[in-house]
Design a protein around this ligand. Structure first.
Ligand SMILES: CC(C)(COP(=O)(O)OP(=O)(O)OC[C@H]1O[C@@H](n2cnc3c(N)ncnc32)[C@H](O)[C@@H]1OP(=O)(O)O)[C@@H](O)C(=O)NCCC(=O)NCCS
Length: 213
């Protein structure tokens, strides 16, 4: 009985993953091979965005949700990974470098979503959902660039206009509102630089680490 349950479950998951893959094929531009999607992965195109606005290079892994609004660009370079329940929203530009590891429940948004001016925000709030005025594209936005091999910890938030340098680490629960240099660790809310030269000691079991010496 249990065997049958696990067999049926396996098949249901396979069908679900196939449906998700088809959705991504339809709504994103997939370049190369080895893309991976997992349960909960989703892609949304709003306000005229098209599949050309979301580009997934070789071996990118999308386990969270990506949303392009009004042709906001989302680019995953080779081997970049977005973790479970994490979200990326772009009205402007969000670029994720090679080998980036974005953990779960991370939020990356290149815009404020709502107007900061009180009168505008009240108007926005009373405007019907789906109307042009209620789009995040009207809020302040600025591009986000995440370099290669960046590791973003659980539940971090990356705010508009931030550039994160290669090999940097963003600590869990951080809110990143300013740029982070390469090889640094940023932590806290708002995130501050707590290390500027990450330990370069290599671990012999990882052959690639010898190359990075
Ligand atoms: C606060 C917010 C609206 C930005 O407003 P803004 O007027 O564009 O402000 P700025 O980006 O210029 O930031 C102003 C200051 O607040 C800080 N700041 C902004 N957002 C912050 C956050 N979430 N946590 C901590 N500090 C924050 C900035 O670092 C900056 O500090 P500084 O002056 O010392 O450099 C935006 O960052 C935000 O948090 N929006 C909420 C988005 C949201 O939750 N949307 C969900 C859908 S409703």
């Amino acid at each position: 009985m249990f065997r049958l349950y696990f067999y049926i479950r396996k098949i249901v998951i396979r069908i679900l993953l196939w449906i998700i893959r088809m959705e991504f094929k339809k709504k994103t531009t997939m370049i190369g091979t080895g893309h991976s999607f997992y349960k909960g992965a989703a892609v949304t195109l709003h306000d005229g965005s098209t599949k050309e606005d979301i580009i997934l290079h070789d071996h990118s892994e999308v386990w969270g949700r990506v949303t392009s609004i009004n042709h906001g660009k989302i680019i995953f370079h080779d081997w970049a990974k977005l973790g479970t329940r994490s979200t990326i929203e772009a009205v402007n530009w969000v670029e994720i470098g090679e080998d980036c590891e974005i953990s779960y429940d991370v939020v990356i948004s290149d815009n404020n979503s709502h107007p900061t001016n009180p009168a505008d925000r009240k108007y926005y709030h009373r405007t019907p959902h789906g109307s042009d005025e209620r789009s995040h594209k009207h809020s302040i936005s600025a591009p986000i660039f995440i370099g290669d091999n960046v590791w973003i910890g659980q539940r971090a938030r990356i705010c508009k206009g931030v550039t994160i340098g290669n090999n940097a680490i963003i600590a869990a629960n951080s809110v990143v509102t300013h740029n982070v240099p390469a090889n640094a660790i940023a932590a806290g809310n708002p995130a501050k630089i707590v290390r500027t030269d990450i330990d370069k000691t290599t671990t012999p079991i990882f052959p690639l680490s010898k190359e990075s010496k």
